[in-house]
Design a protein around this ligand. Structure first.
Ligand code: PEP
Ligand code: MG
Length: 558
């Protein structure tokens, strides 16, 4: 009987989750199932409070140094992954430094007269719950950060040993309930094949990190921990969100072939790197890269991108309580411009507000009844001109390293670009900037801007169509709201008409027009965008060669 049960456990099992990082991984299971710490509540006497607070502060201090160690541990990771993890760890450090979380635990110890473990447990539950119920998927995912920091403190309170990724054997596929940035800091991408978690989603830190490391990953595969054992053979399909435990020989063969085909396709694409980015009938289509972190230029260079068509600067403002100085911004921009070695780099000024969050600026938009229509993008930068001035200082100084262009997000009115132009000229004068000013262009991502493209083309040096927001605002459909996801359609005729109008206005005024929304990196849309008059596309670096392959097969319609 026992034997029959053991046999049945080993039958092939296919679990579904959410695919968050593409690719096929085949390996053996390594489970991280650290027992949840006992958080039994213990009553304190008033005279015990001091000692309990000391225990808590000591655990917090140790958690702090653990994170510092984690940050040092990222040195062996690819630069973009290391930067991504460090950013998350930095945010976790902030949570340990007198945040709502630590204050909440202290208050519970003092007021409820309970031990630190129980106070921590209650505060983490309350805080992560208040995140979890948020409609915004990005914010909802931040509950995982609170739990990760809570688990770290608890670990030091209980002084219990922890299983870590550093102990994983070669070719391991990790299965965990959630992975903290501290866990992933010690991950060796050469030994680990893929990641599965039973919780979390596409915007959680494990997903972001897996994509940065190029590791296939499936989240929310709820049964993966209870149904697996260390050493089980496992297959992950990171695109379809499948986890297959103890596969049959036939399944294994199928996925090995699929993995080989994907690998062969990747190799095939590599051959396109140095071939011209031209349609079959000889029209050049410029392919640029979108990046969020300066280190991502490595991917852009690797794909032989014509330049950086969109460098989002929000990353400098996220996950921290203070504003970055002009010098800090300059260094980040300088790094990207220098690395691109003369190829143009388009810096987009701050686009905080709406779904993009920066704690140091939240007072400006947090109370907005409708943040997507509130003080965001260029509106916030003009309402608080010191923000724009600092970004202009950073950009002007960094422009000495190569070709730099500046782009304004969420532009609705001609006066906005006029004001920005004046401020750029004044800042350049103040700095004693010699030579030409950087080209100043605008995002076309609001229907009003597309409809006024002819007028705006007289003021802007270039246009970049932000089709993500253009779709949202044209169709009055929130881009992050799952309930209306079916209505969010960049192929809606109204959106296409606005793209066409903008391309035509740009052509007439002889200024470049690119598309830098997600559509640009979707090969199914390449032909359509060329038909609409687009000749420049900017996308995530990993899509560039696929799009090049597609456009090299196309002939332009007369
Ligand atoms: C867009 O809106 O299409 C765009 C590229 O900007 P973001 O996605 O950063 O809003
Ligand atoms: Mg946008």
């Amino acid at each position: 009987m026992a034997r029959a049960q053991a046999e049945s456990v080993r039958a092939e099992l296919c679990l579904t989750g959410v695919g968050v990082a593409p690719g096929i991984a085949i390996g053996t299971v390594f489970r991280i199932d650290n027992p949840t710490a006992t958080t039994n509540e213990r009553a304190l006497l008033p005279e015990d409070i001091r000692g309990e607070l000391d225990r808590l502060h000591n655990a917090i201090m140790l958690a702090h140094s653990e994170i510092d160690q984690g940050m040092r541990g990222t040195e062996g990771l690819p630069a973009n992954a290391a930067e991504e993890i460090n950013r998350m760890l930095e945010a976790h450090k902030i949570m340990l430094e007198g945040s709502r979380l630590t204050r909440g635990i202290e208050v519970r110890i003092k007021k409820q007269l309970i031990n630190a473990e129980a106070a921590l447990h209650q505060e983490v539950e309350a805080l992560s719950h208040s995140f979890a119920v948020m409609e915004d998927t990005y914010l909802a995912a931040r509950g995982a950060d609170v739990r990760a920091v809570g688990a770290l403190i608890l670990n030091f309170l209980l002084q219990q040993p922890y299983r870590t990724l550093a102990q994983a054997p070669k070719d391991a596929v990790i299965i965990a309930s959630e992975l903290t940035p501290n866990d992933t800091a010690g991950l060796n991408p050469k030994r680990i094949r893929g990641l599965v978690t039973t919780a979390g989603g596409a915007e959680g830190h494990t997903a972001i990190m897996a994509r940065a490391l190029g590791l296939p990953a499936v989240m929310s595969a709820q049964q993966a921990l209870p149904l697996s054992r260390d050493g089980d053979v496992i297959i992950l399909d990171g695109r379809e969100g499948l986890v297959i435990l103890h596969p049959t020989a036939a399944t294994l063969k199928h996925y090995k072939e699929l993995r080989a085909r994907i690998e062969a396709r990747k190799q095939e694409l590599q051959k396109l790197k140095t071939l011209p980015s031209k349609t079959k009938d000889g029209t050049t289509i410029k392919l640029h890269a979108n990046i969020e972190l300066p280190d991502e230029v490595a991917g852009a260079l690797d794909a032989n991108a014509a330049g950086i068509g969109l460098m989002r600067t929000e990353f400098l403002f996220m996950g921290r309580n203070s504003l970055p100085s002009a010098e800090e911004q300059e260094q980040a921009i300088r790094k990207a411009v220098k690395a691109m070695n003369g190829k143009p780099v388009t810096i987009r000024t701050l686009d905080i507000g709406g779904e993009k969050i920066a704690p140091a600026l939240s007072r400006h938009y947090a109370k907005s009844p409708n943040p997507a229509l509130g003080l965001r993008g260029i509106r916030l930068s003009l309402a608080e001109p010191y923000l724009l001035r600092d970004q202009f200082i950073a950009a002007l100084k960094a422009s000495k390293e190569g070709e730099l262009r500046i782009m304004l997000p969420m532009l609705t009115l001609a006066t906005e670009i006029k004001q920005a132009k004046e401020l750029l000229a004044a800042t350049a004068k103040e700095l004693g900037h010699k030579g030409k000013l950087p080209a100043l262009g605008i995002m076309i991502e609001v229907p009003a801007a597309a409809l006024q493209a002819t007028q705006l083309a007289k003021l802007a040096d270039f246009f970049a169509l932000g089709t993500n927001d253009l779709t949202q605002y044209t169709l009055a459909t929130d881009r992050a709201d799952e309930k209306v996801a079916a209505l969010y359609d960049p192929l809606h005729p109204a959106v296409l008409q606005l793209i066409k109008l903008t391309a035509a206005a740009g052509k007439k005024a002889n200024i470049p027009v690119s598309v830098c929304g997600e559509m640009a990196g979707d090969a199914r849309r390449t032909e359509l965008l060329l038909d609409l008059g687009i000749r420049e596309l900017s996308m995530t670096p990993s899509s560039i060669l696929t799009i090049k392959q597609k456009l090299r097969e196309l002939k332009l319609k007369k």
